[in-house]
Design a protein around this ligand. Structure first.
Ligand code: DX5
Ligand code: ZN
Length: 215
């Protein structure tokens, strides 16, 4: 059974309390929180202040996806805000190993996010240090984009790398996940499904989460 991580980026921000209540009552496992700085990605979303509100609104895992440059400058703030998992982009981190050590020393689980053009082989020497790989199946910056089909090959390659090394690293797929394509994503070897628009634009979000969970 997969871990379902709805992305609050697609929520109605005028009704965040209701949206959190809905997720708390649902079979969702994690809250996926997308932080964007307008530099690493061409969009700005929210920062630690909002993560702190989400932390207070749920006991579920807060999975924070940093799409920002120099994430090391903010790791402590996100820890204090209540992040359980902190993912940084490989493309934003020339000293990725140092970033990962910092995240873990602060007591969070460490994730590495990779853009569609980045080969999974780039993770080979960091895999044993991390808890999660966030494989982007769209170009980061916006919700509601179409799943890039080649991601399925990347999931299979990464699954093989992780299994061959005997590691427990989780594979999270982020972007364009739908009720229609989720089964093939899981079959390719994914552990965690992020879903923004598919959940929040659904007529019955709880039922959609349950459906994703049942696949
Ligand atoms: C994109 C974000 C995603 C996004 C997914 O930059 O990292 O988490 O919210 O949204 P959907 O599921 O709508 O593609
Ligand atoms: Zn994300």
């Amino acid at each position: 059974m997969s871990i379902i991580a709805p992305s609050l980026l697609a929520a109605n921000f005028l009704k965040l309390e209701d949206e959190c209540k809905m997720l708390n009552e649902s079979e969702a496992d994690w809250f996926h929180l997308d932080v964007m700085d307008g530099r690493f990605v061409p969009n700005i979303s929210f920062g630690p202040m909002l993560v702190e509100f989400f932390r207070k609104a749920t006991t579920k895992v807060c999975d924070v996806h940093l799409m920002i440059e120099e994430p090391g400058n903010f790791a402590e703030q996100f820890k204090n805000a209540g992040a359980d998992i902190l993912s940084v982009h490989i493309e934003a981190c020339p000293h990725l190993h140092r970033n990962i050590q910092q995240i873990k020393s602060l007591g969070m689980k460490a994730g590495v996010a990779v853009n569609p053009h980045t080969p999974v082989s780039a993770l080979s020497d960091i895999l044993h240090d991390i808890n999660l790989v966030c494989l982007m199946s769209v170009n980061p910056g916006f919700g509601g984009q179409k799943f890039i089909p080649y991601t399925l090959d990347k999931i299979k390659q990464l699954r093989k790398m992780i299994d061959e090394k005997g590691l427990k690293v989780q594979i999270e797929i982020d972007g364009g996940v739908t009720v229609e394509n989720a089964a093939s994503i899981i079959a390719a070897g994914a552990d965690v499904l992020v879903a923004g628009n598919t959940v929040f634009k659904s007529a019955d979000p709880k039922a959609t989460i349950a459906e994703l969970k049942s696949l």
